[in-house]
Structures are given as C-alpha cells and as structure tokens.
Design a binder for this molecule. Structure first.
Ligand code: NAD
Ligand code: GLY
Length: 362
C-alpha cells in the first residue's frame, strides 16, 4: 500500500494506492473519510457490469452512458435530476467510480449540486489513476470544444486499486502510459524528490511489447505512486493553473491538435500526447534547448513504449497549426508550448515561430 497527501491547506486530501483495495471498499472509505451522510455512486453502464459486486455495497447508484461523447450537458442534467429526486443533502457525498469521463462529470456534479458537496474519486483506468482523479479539474464538453464547462473542485479522498487495470483493454493501458511517460520528462520541474522515473521506465522497457505490458503489471503501484506524487506536488503549488501547473500539459498542445484534426476518433488521448511530446522535443532541439544525446534517449523511450503508429505521420501542417491556434490554452493568439530545457526539466514558452512549429511535426 502507498499513501500520499495533496497538500492544499484546508482542502488537503489523501490518495491511497493499494492492489485489491476495492475488495473492502467500505473500510477504505470509513478509514479515510469522516463525512456521515449518504453516498451516491456515479458510474457508467460498462463499469457497473464489471464491478457489480463492489458496487453492491452502495444503495444509491447512478449509471450514465459510456463514452467521451456522453460527457455533455445532457448527462450532467441526468445526474443532477437523479440526485435531486433522491433529495440529496449538503452532508451527502458523491463517489465517482470510473475513468476520466465519469470522474470529470461526477466531480462537476459535486461542485454544483446544492452549491457544492463532498466527493470521492475511485478511478478505474490508468489515465484516471495517474492523472484526472487528482487535482480537482472537473467538467464536461461543449459542442465548441472539450472541457469548456467546469470548475476546480478538489475531492476529499482518492482511492486507487491497480487491480482494476486487469479488466482494461490494451488501448486504454496505452493511453494512460502516454501520461505516465510525461511525468518522466517533467520530473525535475514537478518535484524536489528524486524518483529517477526516466531510468525506472527505461529499465522496464527492455523487452518486446507483449512482455512489456506484462512487466508493467507487477509495477503498477509504484508507477501510479510516482506519477500522482508529481501531480500532487504541482497541484499543491499551483492549484488553479496560474503558472507551474501548465507543465502538466507537456505534449498536450500538439496532442490536442492531433486529436482535433482526427475528430477524437483515430487516436487515444495518450497516443496523441506521446506524438505531441516527440514534437515538443523536436522544437526544443531546433531551438537549442537540449542536446542530441538527451533528445535521442527521450524519443527512444517514447517509441519503445509503442505509442506511436505509422499513421501519425504526414499530418497536414496547416491543419495541425490551425488546431493548435484554437487550443483553449492559447493567449492572444500566441501558441504556448511546454518545452524540455534540460534532462527532465521543462519550461513554458510562447515565442516559437510558425515555421519552426510546422517543421517539428512528425
Ligand atoms: P474513459 O473514462 O472514457 O474510460 C475509457 C474506457 O474504459 C471507457 O469505455 C470506460 O467505460 C472503460 N473502463 C473504465 N474503467 C474500466 C475498467 N476498470 N475495466 C474495463 N473498462 C473500463 O477514459 P479515460 O481515459 O479514463 O479518461 C478520459 C477523460 O479524462 C477525458 O474526458 C479527459 O478530458 C479527462 N481528463 C481529465 C483530466 C483532469 O485533470 N480532470 C486529466 C486528463 C484527462
Ligand atoms: N491534466 C492536466 C492538469 O490536471 O492540470
């Protein structure tokens, strides 16, 4: 078992990571959450079927449809209707049980119903375990773009059971790995601790792809712990993304553009982020921030995790560039890029010129 705290003064909360934790979910909650109200679990229909036995511990369960396209106003309204019909009270608590989609929309329901009630995150995908369940970004999508409606609302507790990854398909593991690799490249900027995460991940990957994913299985607790430790450290210093937290978007400006021009269908988020990180390394090398040695090591690590496919090449440069310009993180039309500046250190820049960006695409 591993435990850490997201330090945010009166909003601080624990994260518990334990293989098999869901086998006794009631005790895990009782030991770490002091609220006395009722619990309302929000999950989706796919996860409900897989974890019916675990969820039988709860009386109130709201099941939403599965999929990113359901992270919308209609689902949000459905959740709020169900909560109000059950006469939810200020002292009650929402449990978000699922991947990032469930976590984001359930978190926003908790932020908004009755002007805000407690919620607990129980993430069940790798991506949600290493990223979305921690840090309090909640919300849903609008037809104008992803995550355009939302709020910062920290959970009271995050419970992570890596055993849930056993039921996850390989594509979903890969998308989480995109975010895991990100932490290796931002380690020195994200935390004072010395996890040597790059070497850890490099040593795990001295095998074929099949063997690799088997290899990872016995290290999930460690991998998740190191990843969320970095996320927690960054969020503690900059909860509302006024500065430092932007480093968590390493690879994402390119990545979001790749997702957007392929209608969010062709590649998973993590695959797009992996491609985005290589593009960011290309920019850094051309700008002279990093040397060839680090560049080669970093790009090799990403490629060795098999997150990049051949059809990620030959994107139309104008399409990508235009999609980057419409990213919600763009300020006054300047494209902001998180770029590697030294091994495992990154910095935010807004002065990369259009030809260099276009020249750095895969
Ligand atoms: P997801 O929630 O859609 O889950 C992926 C798929 O896995 C779904 O079909 C889901 O039903 C299924 N699933 C979940 N747990 C499972 C399990 N244990 N076994 C089998 N199947 C399971 O996708 P995701 O990748 O977890 O999250 C993506 C979302 O997270 C996006 O909406 C993104 O915007 C959001 N996100 C939020 C933050 C944040 O800080 N709030 C950060 C990153 C991403
Ligand atoms: N996933 C980026 C953030 O939480 O800030």
């Amino acid at each position: 078992m591993k435990k850490l705290t997201v330090e945010l003064n009166e909003k601080s909360y624990p994260i518990i990571i334990k293989h098999g934790l869901l086998d006794d979910i009631k005790s895990a909650i009782e030991e770490n959450y002091k609220g006395k109200g009722r619990f309302f679990v929000i999950t989706n229909k796919t996860i409900y079927k897989l974890y019916e036995k675990v969820l039988a511990n709860f009386e109130h369960i709201i099941q939403i449809e599965d999929g990113e396209e359901c992270k919308n106003f209609i689902t949000f309204e459905y959740i709020i209707d169900k909560l109000l019909e059950a006469k939810i009270e200020r002292g009650d608590c929402i449990i978000a049980f699922g991947g990032g989609v469930v976590g984001d929309i359930a978190g926003f329901a908790a932020a908004s119903v009755l002007r805000g009630i407690d919620y607990i995150q129980i993430p069940t995908t790798l991506l949600s375990q290493v990223d979305s369940s921690v840090g309090g970004k909640t919300g849903f999508n609008h037809k104008m773009g992803k995550n355009l409606i939302g709020a910062f609302k920290q959970p009271k507790l995050v419970l992570i059971d890596p055993k849930t990854l056993n039921t996850l398909d390989i594509r979903q593991i890969k998308t989480g790995l995109g975010e895991v690799l990100k932490y290796a490249f931002i380690e020195k900027t994200a935390t004072d601790k010395d996890f040597k995460f790059f070497n850890f991940l490099k040593n795990l990957k001295n095998s074929s792809s099949e063997a690799l994913y088997g290899n990872l299985k016995s290290h999930w607790e460690e991998i998740i712990y190191i990843s969320v430790s970095m996320k927690a450290s960054v969020v503690s210093k900059d909860e509302q993304e006024k500065g430092l937290r932007a480093i968590l978007n390493f690879g994402h400006t390119f990545g979001h553009a790749v997702e957007k021009i392929t209608n969010y269908k062709k590649f998973t988020h993590g695959e797009a982020v992996a491609a985005g990180m290589i593009m960011a390394f290309n920019v850094s090398l051309k700008r002279g921030h990093i040397d060839e040695k680090y560049y080669a090591e970093a790009v090799n690590l990403i490629k060795n995790y098999n997150l990049i496919s051949d059809d990620m090449k030959n994107f139309n440069k104008d399409d990508i560039f235009n999609a980057m310009k419409s990213d919600k993180k763009v300020d006054h039309t300047k494209i902001k890029l998180v770029l590697p500046v030294k091994p495992f250190e990154v910095q935010l820049f807004d002065d990369t010129k259009e030809p260099l960006i276009k020249d750095s695409l895969l």
